[in-house]
Design a protein around this ligand. Structure first.
Ligand code: OGA
Ligand code: MN
Length: 296
């Protein structure tokens, strides 16, 4: 069986991560063969970019469900009021106007500017996310994706040995702590409370079997059982290593790009933009993971 449909045009956007796929409509129901092709492309390139997919939220949800159950985001005010599976990564409210700088919802969305993987704060993190750029930006607001397999592979054998068996505490509350402004407020926003969880620092991908670094700087509190200063130092070194341009695809959005990424072997961040005056509306569905991460 070919790994993709002969009618699709697949173009790599970076040597290590990200491919553009043209010739498929995300709007149509997908048969098992098409789904198999998409899935194998996804596993190969980690991030798939589908340009010109002007889908409705309902079509977005239906596309996501082909790959599994969908998460509901813990931040209540970022869920769409019409479809709770849609997480609104946006500085524009549902009333169509830019959210006031002082609002907690605005402060929270700014935290996606930090490197992270989605739902790393869950016992079973998300396996992937699908983001639809509805109103995109040209001046900032680009999204970067890092290949965490490659970042791990390039470590020396001594470094790999030193990471063996290490576990990291991840906590949703830690995201809020990253914002001085938000954490000092009484009204930090409304979130479903989730307890801290522990995940391996090096995980094995359940489908490809490949090891990767599992970093999510915005939820990583510390390495279990390690003094705080050395834990912070090691995590910061690994983050700096993993976000080198050689591992990173930087996506400049066009309206109605849809991007699907694998949270089990990538991390991402949004480049800052002037979110007091530039509108940016992105809708995301988030695929539930199937099992807690396994140490490699
Ligand atoms: C996300 C996120 C990326 C973006 O949707 O998970 O972090 O480009 N946002 O807005
Ligand atoms: Mn994200």
């Amino acid at each position: 069986m070919p790994s993709q449909s002969p009618q699709w045009q697949v173009t790599c956007r970076h040597p290590l991560i990200g491919a553009e796929v043209r010739g498929v409509s995300l709007r149509l129901p997908l048969d098992a063969q098409t789904l198999g092709w998409l899935h194998s492309l996804w596993m190969k390139h980690l991030v798939l970019i589908f340009p010109d997919q002007s889908i409705s939220d309902e079509e977005h949800i239906a596309f996501g469900r082909h790959f599994g159950e969908l998460e509901i985001h813990p931040s209540v005010s970022h869920r769409s009021s019409t479809n709770k599976e849609i997480y609104r990564v946006s500085n524009v409210g549902e009333d169509g106007s830019i959210i006031e700088e002082r609002a907690s919802a605005w402060q929270y969305i700014n935290l996606s500017w930090l490197w992270h993987t989605d739902s790393s704060f869950r016992q079973i993190p998300s396996k992937g996310s699908i983001l639809h750029g509805i109103e995109t930006t040209t001046n900032g607001g680009h999204t970067k994706f890092a290949n965490m397999y490659a970042a791990y592979e390039d470590l020396s054998s001594e470094q790999k040995h030193a990471l063996e068996g290490l576990k990291v505490i991840h906590d949703h509350d830690f995201i809020i702590k990253q914002s001085k402004e938000l954490s000092s407020r009484e009204d930090k926003g409304s979130y479903v409370q989730l307890p801290p969880v522990s995940h391996p620092l090096v995980q094995r991908h359940p489908i490809t079997g490949r090891p990767s670094l599992f970093l999510s700087p915005h939820t990583m509190v510390c390495i279990e059982g390690m003094p705080e200063a050395s834990s912070r130092k090691l995590l910061d070194e690994l983050i700096a290593h993993a976000i080198q341009p050689k591992y990173v695809y930087r996506h400049i959005w066009r309206n109605h790009d849809v991007i699907m990424w694998d949270n089990r072997c990538t991390m991402h961040s949004v480049e800052p933009f002037d979110n007091n005056s530039i509108r940016r509306i992105m809708h995301r569905v988030t695929l539930e993971g199937e099992a807690a991460p396994v140490a490699a």
